[in-house]
Design a protein around this ligand. Structure first.
Ligand code: ZN
Length: 189
């Protein structure tokens, strides 16, 4: 009985596999997710057509790209170099997977965070472009982006941004350098 069942299962898979190239837009066993580029902050969805309940992908298609508050700011600042997107998986689900999380998750949260956007705007007005770049790199690196975002609360304690920066800049610089050194021990990709 067991052998019969498994041969039926195999036949079904082979039939589905044979029909797949023709019917892939209607294929029901999909893993859907999205990624973020850690150079420019845009996101892109992707759909993986898989075998039923197996994480074997036979075709991957990508959706269009979408801006985030951070990617729009980088474009406005003219801080997006010519580049091939470097996608970091954020999260996805489907075909038996409830929720898969990737290393782009924290970066995605940073890219949506208006406090980061406002902070970088402040630095643009107040500091040199090299200094601004060091914070942009810090925010875009998936190894340090959580640390970057968690520092924003320090500035929120003050009613005035100038006063906040005057008081907090030194310790925030120290934390940033410390986190960057720690991250350098691990590969980025
Ligand atoms: Zn990009």
């Amino acid at each position: 009985m067991a052998a019969q069942r498994s041969s039926k299962f195999l036949t079904t898979i082979l039939l589905l596999g044979g029909a797949a190239p023709l019917g892939y837009p209607y294929w029901p066993f999909n893993f859907n997710g999205f990624s973020i580029c850690d150079t420019c902050g845009v996101t892109r969805s992707r759909r993986e057509r898989q075998l039923p309940l197996l994480d074997t992908t036979w075709r991957t298609t990508h959706g269009s790209e979408h801006d985030t508050p951070l990617s729009r700011l980088l474009q406005e600042f003219d801080r997006v170099p010519q580049h091939e997107h470097t996608w970091q998986f954020v999260r996805g689900a489907g075909n038996g997977t409830q929720c898969a999380i990737g290393r782009g998750q924290y970066l995605y949260e940073t890219a949506q965070d208006e406090r980061i956007v406002e902070f970088l705007r402040f630095l643009k007005k107040r500091e040199s472009s090299e200094y601004l770049d060091s914070w942009i790199s810090f925010a875009l690196d998936h190894r340090t982006t959580l640390r970057c975002r968690s520092m924003m609360w320090r500035l929120e304690r003050y009613p005035d941004r100038e006063q906040a920066w005057w008081n907090e800049r030194r310790s925030m610089d120290e934390s940033r350098e410390e986190a960057a050194q720690e991250a350098a021990r691990y590969p980025r990709y």
